[in-house]
Write a protein that binds this ligand. Structure first.
Ligand code: MN
Length: 268
């Protein structure tokens, strides 16, 4: 890979891996947040997240992908904005459980970073079992099957071979490549899967839920918050993206014994 866009190819649907996370019975709530796309240009968004992590009544917070706008390797967390965020998250994670699934932007967040922060990684997808409710969790990009060029790109960059090669480059080269990839994405508007009109494939989503015995699904990625029915009995909840620097968007989806509800981030 040299920052080039892979040739579009027909991609077979991803086979979901069965991974289960069961919440302890005494927990009262779990929060879901995604798509903060944190970068040094988003200090207010970052601060709102940290305030929420500190003050939420939930026992755990699941960050469901695209916490960072870009992540070029865990060794980048020693410097600047990434280091600051990681330290703040570590502080929060020492008081409340933080679970992290990677998204299409920060898919290189690795085990070293998780260990440093004290967060638990969740594979995509993960089946959450909480208070007798079975909920399928996914970032969402793997289900956007209509965007075939993106699925080909995804298959490439999620391969161990690509990641090994990328991570073996010096940081300055990785930064340049990431910039190049971002520029390509702005030109093509499809390279990174952030197509505004793309939605998850309904049949594939229902198949995943059915395979996991889940009647509900939570995903982010599409930046179109809302809850709807994908098929009779199969409900999905889409998370809001967060932007409190250029915009005015931030929302938390909370699961309790009584089901799902949406909230503004907790304040100090
Ligand atoms: Mn995304």
């Amino acid at each position: 890979m040299h920052g080039t866009v892979p040739t579009p190819a027909k991609v077979a649907p991803v086979q979901p891996v069965f991974y289960e996370f069961t919440t302890p019975a005494h927990w009262r709530g779990v929060d879901f947040i995604s798509d903060l796309h944190l970068s040094s240009e988003m200090p207010r968004t970052r601060d709102a997240l940290m305030t929420h992590l500190e003050h939420t009544p939930a026992d755990a917070v699941v960050l469901l992908g695209d916490l960072f706008e870009v992540w070029i390797g865990d060794d980048s967390a020693d410097l600047g904005f990434e280091a600051e965020c990681s330290e703040m998250l570590a502080e929060c994670a020492s008081r409340r459980q933080i679970l992290v699934m990677v998204g299409n932007r920060d898919f290189l967040l690795g085990t070293e970073w998780l260990a440093m922060v004290g967060a638990q990684g969740l594979p995509d997808p993960t089946l959450l079992v909480a208070w007798d409710q079975r909920v399928l969790l996914t970032h969402g990009d793997a289900l956007c099957l209509s965007d075939e060029p993106y699925q080909a790109f995804r298959r490439e960059v999620r391969s161990p071979r690509w990641q090994q090669q990328f991570l073996s480059r010096p940081l300055y080269e990785r930064r340049a490549l990431a910039r190049e990839m971002r520029n390509a994405s702005q030109e093509r508007q499809r390279f990174d899967g952030d197509l505004v009109h793309t939605d998850v494939d309904i049949a594939e989503s229902v198949r995943w839920m059915h395979l996991h015995g889940a009647m509900e699904m939570v995903h982010g990625h599409t930046h179109r918050p809302g809850s709807d029915s994908l098929a009779p009995g199969y409900r999905r909840h889409v998370l809001s993206d967060w932007d409190l620097d250029q915009g005015d968007r931030a929302e938390v989806l909370r699961l309790t014994r009584d089901g799902f509800s949406r909230h503004a981030p907790a304040s100090a």
